[in-house]
Design a protein around this ligand. Structure first.
Ligand code: FES
Length: 161
């Protein structure tokens, strides 16, 4: 049993469907449009999407959960993305991500309890020649060290190490 979506969810889903439902392979464009607008794919929007595209709820849910890009929960007030793709891995990205978890007090793929920040591993930010890299909200940062990561987080998020 699912709850009735809030009006903002219904409206966002309807806008996405109005724009993309007639396209072949409409599901992904619809999901991207909703994600861009709301920052996540609300669970109570899934039945609306499924009904409009004549898919089962399980099919829609399967696509949402398959792609790490799609969040199922609203993000924190800030989003920190640490690249884990090949070039960054070769330059210490895993240790950097673990350091970010400690500094932020937040596990990867999660939002901190106070809602301040969501920490996400990502796969290439286009800064491979300047690895390791991360993004804090819309700003990209390269050639990171653990010390620089702490400074950037403290400055951008007012998060104390
Ligand atoms: S591999 Fe990290 S930015 Fe490309």
């Amino acid at each position: 049993m699912t709850s009735t979506p809030p009006p903002a969810v219904t409206a966002a889903v309807q806008r996405a469907l109005d724009r993309h439902a007639q396209r072949p392979g409409a599901l992904l464009p619809v999901l991207h449009a909703i994600h861009d607008e709301l920052g996540h794919i609300p669970a109570d929007g899934v039945p609306l999407i499924a009904a409009a595209l004549k898919l089962s709820r399980a099919e829609v849910h399967g696509v949402v959960s398959y792609y790490p890009h799609f969040r199922g929960e609203p993000p924190g007030r800030h989003t920190v993305q640490v690249c884990r793709a090949e070039a960054c891995q070769a330059c210490g990205a895993e240790a950097l991500l673990a350091h970010a978890e400690r500094v932020l007090g937040c596990a990867r793929h999660h939002t901190r309890a106070d809602g301040a920040v969501t920490l996400e591993p990502v796969y290439c930010l286009g800064l491979c020649a300047s690895s390791p890299a991360m993004r804090i909200d819309e700003r990209l940062h390269a050639r990171l060290t653990p010390e620089r990561l702490e400074q950037l987080l403290a400055a951008a998020l007012e998060v104390k190490p």
